[in-house]
Design a binder for this molecule. Sequence first.
Ligand code: PDD
Length: 294
Amino acid sequence: MNPSPHTEQTVYLNSKFMPMNDSKISTQDRGFLFGDGVYEVIPVYNGQLFRFKEHLQRLKNSLAAVSISNPLTDSEWLSLLNTLIEKHPWQNQYIYLQVTRGIQMQRDHLPAENLTPTVYAYTNPLKLVAAHIIENGINVITLEDIRWLKCDIKAITLLPNVMMKLAAKAQNADDAILVSREGLITEGTASNAFMVKDGTIFTPPISHQLLPGITREVIERIASAHNIPLIEQDITEAMLNEADEIWLSSSTKEALSVTTLNGHAVGTGKPGAIWKKINTYYQAYKQDFIKKQP
Ligand code: PDD
């Protein structure tokens, strides 16, 4: 049996770097007991953090929204993440970082004052989505969005997302696109959603019902720079059913085509022309970013 690569990974926990196997947290950590914490996932290309400023700002927004004080300065965050990256050989990585409210010995929904946040970060090799998946797209179902009303916070409390992923899998789907109680598309279980109709890209506007995705924002910039019409607009399930193209976006999957929706082909049943353009520009944007790094 091959040794698990995870046992050889170095992680960061509360100011120290250590082997993953040695990283331990208290059972009384509020992250463990209450899911009381927030997180970020940041891609690393050629050893460089991609859109670090934006991810850090979103982390700060999440921390402020749940009243956890930011435990580190910007330069401390940057330096710890860069050290973590340097300790691993992978050219492309993705960082997972998490801040919980900290340890409180007496379980109480009301947080004690002046807790010390628990800071955890580790890195993984970032593998590109398999070529056949990029070429063929994925199979998605729509599901009722069963989450809370603060989906703009990147909270570690992901039980509804896990349940919806399981529900998608039970229906032999790769993922789900979520529909609010008002009948509007919010996002994917771990991604933002886009659709294309008659050459125009649509994505739901930022609200408390979805995460302001960093990849979503890059796609918006790319569309604007290349004069591809993109409108932030509420998307009904009926509109989605009539879409020529549907995509999901995230830091680890970039822009990924959805070619089957609820068992029916989306458009031609193959990734569409607008997705191809955006994906080509996205790859070029990444290459440009890599070239600009020291
Ligand atoms: N998830 N919406 C949700 C609910 C997400 O969990 C994510 C990302 C996104 C896309 O955000 P971004 O483009 O900044 O990655 C949208 C990460 C990848 C995760 O939980 O692993």
